[in-house]
Design a protein around this ligand. Structure first.
Ligand code: HC0
Ligand code: SF4
Length: 573
């Protein structure tokens, strides 16, 4: 151990610890901007580029995030010199930053804004040339605005090291340095999966979601189409954070009330379609298992993961389940069953909005193969954050709304659907149904706790009446790559693999309220979903009466011809 003092408090830490980490142990907060340490998902951004964390140690100033502790060190974090240096650094960053906080997407969530406020900066001291580059608005999901980039490299670390996609890297030099793409290509011309994890860690407004709020207001403002909304599982345990509730607080009833107050004609649940997905996917799995073909089956509900497998493993496109994601299945059922058969509205006159914890869902719903002829299954997707903004914009006091329930029948769901939003949940839900279908016995304990938790790669062997099913769950695209390389080499023993692009699953999606690197928030959201599941009477997808009715009235059997027409898709290399 190395012994030192920080602001006169003695502290002993292992060799190799930085001053910044040591300070945390004695509850000394050192402001910092570029640094981001998310041990839970093995992400450390240690580029020491911003120099906001300057502290006095020994004879001079050093950056706390990039300096290792030494025996006998005497660190002072708030000396006059340190404060002056810190302020100057932030002043320099601001001098090369657009001063449009009032209209910035990140207003209120920007870490640069917070630090400037904390340091009491009341005027921009340095004036001069600004480094400028055109905004990249080429994709359906993400906007990249170099002018707001402070070169912290968090996005680069996320994209290269955690996701292993490798789209973002430093280009040019000196004042012209940019975090850009290869040959400065537009995002839509790169291998970007639109996972949105770069957006999740960007401290400023340099990476944001495409703003679809105006499109939704327009839809709500017309009378020709019937506008319905669906809400993804992970939204209900996170949206409350935008209104001051604890992460993981279950806000389903208030969220439904708010959506009705916004003017949606029907407020439905993506969970309904998650149950439907399980019936289709479990059927597909059992077919493949019986024939011994196209194994392992890979889950297909995460659109960024689908982009990744299409781009990186074109030789394995026989493996992802052909099931559309729940978002898309919902749209297909709303437009081809609920509209024409339940409320007598033609499918072209239905307008489906989705609220998702995800930015890739914006891209997914625009994929032209996901629809019938010219009618897309889902018209537009907004994130959890965008829904919160709409609620605030409309002046709705979410916290004081009376709880309301989803509309029927596309609002009915079982607990199996809620857990979709956490890594391992889709697989657990599928096992609950597959087990009962194969064995014809009741599964009394539905909790497959082996497949829960934040770990990046999990595996288990499940005994289904004598047949051992080997399952694997990976979250983050880097972990997906590890698992998929084994599949490609023929060394994989698994029968089913669940993959989610965001580390931790949809609860940590790129469209969720910003967690600012605190993964405890993500854990609490997941716990919220498991609590909802545990409190529901029905916890197996095939027991959802609204799903049973949908098959009786419309689809016939799971995996039938009609089911294929509306609920399944194909992939492109
Ligand atoms: Fe998810 Fe989904 S679980 S991907 O994370 O499968 O986005 O919450 O909506 O579609 O249901 C996201 C979350 C969904 C879908 C569902 C799946
Ligand atoms: Fe990389 Fe994902 Fe960001 Fe695309 S969205 S640049 S893949 S981190």
């Amino acid at each position: 151990l190395v012994n030192l003092t920080i602001n006169s408090k003695p502290v002993s830490v292992p060799k190799g610890t930085t001053i910044l980490e040591a300070a945390k142990q004695v509850n000394v907060k050192i402001p910092n901007l570029c640094h981001l340490n998310m041990n839970e998902i093995n992400m450390v951004n240690q580029c020491a580029s911003c120099r906001v964390c300057m502290v006095s140690a020994g004879r001079g100033l050093v950056p706390a995030c990039g300096t290792l502790v030494k025996e006998g060190m005497n660190v002072q974090t708030n000396t006059k010199e340190a404060l002056r240096a810190r302020k100057n650094v932030v002043q320099l960053l601001l001098s090369d930053h657009p001063q449009d906080c009032l209209s910035c997407d990140k207003n209120g969530n920007c870490e640069l804004q917070t630090i400037a406020a904390d340091l009491g900066i009341r005027e921009i001291k340095f004036k001069g040339e600004k480094s400028c580059a055109p905004k990249d608005t080429s994709s359906k999901s993400i906007v990249k605005d170099h002018d707001k980039c402070i070169l912290c490299r968090r996005c680069e670390t996320m994209c290269n090291e955690v996701q292993t996609v490798g789209v973002l890297s430093g280009i040019n030099r000196g004042f012209n340095t940019e975090v850009g793409t290869f040959f400065n290509a537009s995002l839509c011309d790169t291998e970007c999966t639109y996972c949105g994890q770069c957006v999740a860690v960007c401290p400023t407004g340099a990476l944001t979601e495409v703003n679809n709020i105006p499109v939704v207001w327009n839809a709500l403002d017309q009378n020709e189409k019937t506008v319905v909304v669906q809400v993804a599982p992970a939204v209900r345990v996170a949206i409350g954070e935008e209104f001051g509730l604890e992460p993981g607080a279950i806000s389903t009833g208030k969220m439904v009330a708010a959506l009705r107050a916004l003017g949606f004609k029907y407020v439905f649940d993506t969970n309904f379609a998650a149950d439907l997905t399980i019936l289709e996917e479990a059927s597909e799995f059992l077919h493949r298992l019986k024939d011994g073909e196209n194994l392992p089956i890979l889950t297909s509900c995460c659109p960024a993961w689908i982009n990744f497998v299409e781009g990186n493993y074109p030789q394995l496109l026989n493996l992802p389940s052909s099931c559309k994601s729940p978002q898309e299945m919902f749209g297909a059922v709303a437009k081809n069953y609920f509209g024409p058969k339940v409320i007598n509205v033609e499918s072209k006159d239905m307008y489906v909005v989705s609220v998702m914890p995800c930015v890739a869902k914006k891209y997914e719903c625009a994929r032209t193969e996901l629809g019938q002829e010219d009618v897309l299954d889902v018209d537009i997707s907004i994130t959890t954050r965008e829904l919160a903004k709409m609620i605030k914009e409309a002046g709705i006091d979410l916290l004081n709304l009376e709880d309301e329930s989803f509309d029927s029948p596309l609002g009915e769901s079982t607990g199996a659907a809620d857990i979709f939003g956490a890594t391992g949940g889709v697989l657990e839900a599928a096992l609950r149904t597959a087990y009962e279908w194969v064995t014809d016995k009741e599964l009394s304990d539905v909790n497959f706790t082996q497949v829960r938790g934040l770990e990046g790669i999990k595996e288990a062997s499940i005994d289904i009446d004598g047949t051992i099913v080997n399952v694997c769950i990976a979250s983050s695209l880097g972990n997906a790559r590890k698992v998929m390389d084994e599949v490609a080499n023929g060394n994989s023993k698994y029968h089913i693999i669940e993959i989610m692009a965001c580390p931790g699953g949809c609860v940590a999606g790129g469209g969720q309220p910003y967690h600012h690197g605190d993964y405890d928030i993500v854990k609490k959201r997941a716990a919220g979903l498991y609590n909802i599941d545990g409190s529901k009477e029905l916890r197996k997808s095939h027991k959802n009466p609204a799903i049973v009715a949908l098959y009786n009235e419309f689809l016939g059997e799971p995996y039938s011809e009609a089911a294929h027409k509306y609920l399944h898709t194909h992939y492109f290399d």
